[in-house]
Design a protein around this ligand. Structure first.
Ligand code: AGP
Length: 609
C-alpha cells in the first residue's frame, strides 16, 4: 500500500507534495520522492527511508514549479532503495509517473520494452508504466495514457505529468484508490483523503477505469469506456486523524476491514489458472530444491506462530513433507535437528522480531535453506533469508495483528499448493479447484464483516467476564489460540485457547455458568467431535459462543450464540473463522475502555529477546 499525491495550481507544488506525503506516511515509509515540472523540465528528487529524509533533501534544492506528483512507498517489487523509489521517468526524462498497486504482467511488458530499446533504472513493476506511456506518446499525454491503460493487468492508481505540458495533471485508477481534491483554482490527486484535507474538504472518488484530466481551470473525467462523465463531489467532515483511519475509530478496526483487499493483493499476480505451472516465481528455489526438501521447520512468535501451526496442517496434507512448528524463543535453545534438506520458514509481520531472527541465524549454520513470509520488504529477516514470500498488507499500525495474520495465511496457502504441485502430491486440477475456492475468500470475509452488529451485541453481553476459553480442533485449534490471544492482548481478559479434545484432560474443571466458551465448529471431518465438546460445556452450565457454517441448523440447538461464516473448503475455514474472533476481541476491548491500538505493555515489533 503506497501513497500518491499530485498538485496543480498557483502554490509551490513541492511544498504541497511533501506535506501530503507526510500525512500518508501510515501507508508506507520505506522510500519517497517528488517530481515537479520546472520551466518545461521534470525535476525529481527521491530518498530512502522516512519522509524526513526527503524533506531534508528537498530543502537544499530549489523547487518553484506549481505542478507535480509525489509518492511514499511500501515496497512490493524491488527492495527499498533510491533507484526503486518513485517517481519513475521515461528514457527522455519527459514523462513521470507515481503508482500505487501491483502490475501483474510487468515482467512480460518489461522484456518487450527492453527489446524495443527502453532503458530501465529500477527493479520495480511501476517503471514499465512510464516507458509504455513513452512508447505511446507523440505529444498528447492524455491519449498516450488512454492507449497504455489496456495493456496493464493488475491494480493501479497513477499520477502522471509531462514536462511538455505544465498545465496538465493526469490521474487514473483500477482496484486501487484515487481521489481528486477540489480547491480554489487548484486541484489535488491523492491515494487517500488525509493527504490534502488541510487544503480542501471537497473530493471526488474516482471509479475503476476512470481517467481524470486536470488543468488549472478545471477537470474532465472519462469513464472506463472513454466517455466523458460527471462524478459526485463529496464534502468530507473528518478531522485529519479520523481521515488516516478512513473514518474508523481505531487502526485495528480499519485493518480488520482491510482484510478482503489484503487477501486479493497477496494473491494478485501470483497464481492465475493460466500460469498455474509456474506461479510463485519469486521464490528463489528451483523445482529440484523443493523436491529435495524432506522436512520443513516453521519458526515464529505470537500471531505469526499461530499461522505456522496452520502451515503445518497445510504442508503435511498438501505436500507430504514432515513439518514442525516452533516458537522462536524455544527453538533457538533446543537441540533442533535440521540439515541441508530442511527448509526453515520464518513467519513475521515486522521482519524484526529478535526471537525469530536468532533461530534463523542458528539454523543457517547447519546448511538449511531458508524462506521467510514477511510484510516488510528489506527487513532483517528478509535480508537474511534466501527468499521471501511477501504478504501485501501495507503497514499494520494496530499492535494487535489482524490483517497480517490473514495475509500470512494467504501466503501459506499459496506456498503449500506450489510445493504440493512440485512434489507431485496434488494434481493441477485439484490446485485449480482450490484456487477457485480461494478467490471467493475476500467476498466471504466481507459477508462476515457485515455481521459486525451481531458481534457487538455479543461483546455487550460478555465484556465484563473475567475468563474466556476458546476451543477448536485440527486446523481450528490454532484459530482458538489466535482468538484467545486477540482477546487477552486487547481487553486484558484472561483467555485461553485449547484443543477441544483436551477439555476432559483438565480445562473442563473451569467450566461453569460464568465462563463463556468460544467453540469453532465449522463443518469438517471432526465436526461431530466438536459438537460433543459443546454438549460437555453445556452439561456444566457453560456459555457457548459457536462459530459455525452458514446453514448449520443443529448447532443452534446446542450453542447459546452462533456466528455463521460462509461455507468453503475445509482447509480454508481458518481464514474465515478468525474474522468474528478479531471483531469480538476489538469490541470487548472498546467496551472495557482499553487502548485497542496500543495495548498496555505491548510493542508492535519485539526487537529484543
Ligand atoms: C500479535 O497480535 C502480537 N502483536 C504479537 O504476538 C506478534 O504477532 C509477535 O510479536 C510476532 O511479531 P512478528 O509477526 O512481527 O514477528
Amino acid at each position: 500500500m503506497c501513497g500518491i499525491v499530485g498538485y496543480i495550481g498557483k502554490k509551490n507544488a513541492a511544498e504541497i507534495l511533501l506535506d501530503g506525503l507526510k500525512r500518508l506516511e501510515y501507508r508506507g515509509y520505506d522510500s519517497s520522492g517528488i517530481a515537479s515540472v520546472e520551466k518545461g523540465c521534470i525535476k525529481t528528487l527521491r530518498a530512502v527511508g522516512k519522509i524526513k529524509n526527503l524533506t531534508k533533501a528537498v530543502s537544499s534544492e530549489k523547487f518553484s514549479g506549481n505542478l507535480g506528483i509525489g509518492h511514499i512507498r511500501w515496497a512490493t517489487h524491488g527492495k527499498p532503495s533510491e533507484e526503486n523509489a518513485h517517481p519513475h521517468t521515461d528514457c527522455k526524462n519527459k514523462i513521470v509517473v507515481v503508482h500505487n498497486g501491483i502490475i501483474e504482467n510487468y515482467r512480460k511488458l518489461k522484456s518487450e520494452l527492453t527489446s524495443s530499446g527502453h532503458k530501465f533504472a529500477s527493479e520495480t513493476d511501476t517503471e514499465v508504466i512510464v516507458h509504455l506511456i513513452e512508447e505511446n506518446y507523440s505529444g498528447d499525454l492524455l491519449s498516450a495514457v488512454k492507449n497504455t491503460i489496456p495493456k496493464l493487468h493488475g491494480a493501479y492508481a497513477l499520477g502522471i505529468v509531462s514536462g511538455d505540458d505544465p498545465d496538465l495533471l493526469i490521474g487514473t485508477r483500477f482496484e486501487a484508490p484515487l481521489v481528486v481534491g477540489i480547491g480554489d483554482n487548484e486541484f489535488f490527486l491523492a491515494s487517500d483523503i488525509p493527504a490534502v484535507l488541510t487544503y480542501t474538504r471537497k473530493f471526488i472518488f474516482l471509479e475503476d477505469g476512470d481517467i481524470v484530466e486536470i488543468r488549472k481551470n478545471g477537470y474532465k473525467i472519462f469513464d472506463k469506456g472513454g466517455k466523458k462523465c460527471d462524478r459526485k463531489v463529496h464534502v468530507v467532515e473528518w478531522d485529519p486523524l479520523m481521515a488516516e483511519k478512513s473514518g474508523y475509530r481505531h487502526f485495528m478496526l480499519k485493518e480488520i476491514f482491510e482484510q478482503p483487499q489484503v487477501i486479493e493483493d497477496t494473491f494478485r499476480g501470483r497464481i492465475t489458472i493460466e500460469n498455474i505451472d509456474e506461479f510463485l516465481t519469486e521464490i528463489a528455489m528451483t523445482r529440484r530444491n523443493i523436491q529435495d526438501i524432506n522436512k520443513i521447520s516453521i519458526v515464529a512468535c505470537g500471531t505469526s506462530y499461530h499461522t505456522g501451526l496452520i502451515g503445518k496442517f497445510l504442508f503435511e496434507s498438501l505436500t507430504g513433507i514432515l513439518t514442525d512448528v516452533d516458537i522462536g524463543s524455544e527453538f533457538r535453545y533446543r537441540d533442533f535437528i535440521v540439515d541441508n534438506k530442511t527448509l526453515i520458514i520464518t513467519i513475521s509481520q515486522s521482519g524484526e522480531t529478535a526471537d525469530t531472527i536468532a533461530p534463523l541465524r542458528e539454523a543457517k549454520k547447519y546448511g538449511c535453506r531458508t524462506l521467510s513470509i514477511c510484510n516488510v520488504m528489506g527487513s532483517t529477516i528478509t535480508r537474511e533469508s534466501s527468499s521471501t514470500l511477501y504478504t501485501r498488507c501495507g503497514p499494520e499500525i494496530g499492535v494487535a495483528s489482524t490483517k497480517a495474520f490473514t495475509g500470512q495465511l494467504a501466503a501459506i496457502y499459496l506456498l503449500a499448493v506450489y510445493f504440493g504441485l512440485i512434489k507431485g502430491r496434488i494434481t493441477k486440477t485439484s490446485a485449480i479447484k482450490f484456487i477457485d475456492s480461494f478467490i471467493q475468500i475476500p467476498r466471504d470475509i466481507l459477508i462476515i464483516l457485515n455481521k459486525e452488529k451481531e458481534i457487538i451485541s455479543l461483546a455487550k453481553k460478555y465484556y465484563k467476564k473475567f475468563d474466556f476459553l476458546y476451543l477448536g480442533r485440527g486446523l481450528n485449534y490454532p484459530i482458538a489460540l489466535e482468538g484467545a490471544l486477540k482477546l487477552k492482548e486487547i481487553s486484558y481478559i484472561h483467555a485461553e485457547g485449547y484443543p477441544a479434545g483436551e477439555m476432559k484432560h483438565g480445562p473442563i474443571a473451569l467450566i461453569d455458568e460464568r465462563m463463556p466458551v468460544v467453540c469453532i465448529a465449522t463443518k469438517g471431518k471432526i465436526y461431530n467431535k466438536i459438537l460433543s465438546n459443546i454438549e460437555e460445556v453445556k452439561a456444566r452450565e457453560g456459555i457457548v459462543i459457536a462459530v459455525a457454517t452458514e446453514g448449520d441448523k443443529m448447532i443452534k440447538e446446542k450453542a447459546d450464540h452462533v456466528i455463521y461464516v460462509p461455507e468453503t473448503e475445509e482447509i480454508l475455514y481458518p481464514i474465515l473463522n478468525i474474522i468474528p474472533l478479531q471483531l469480538l476481541a476489538y469490541h470487548i476491548g472498546v467496551l472495557r475502555g482499553c487502548d485497542v491500538d496500543q495495548p498496555r505493555n505491548l510493542a508492535k515489533s519485539v526487537t529484543v529477546e
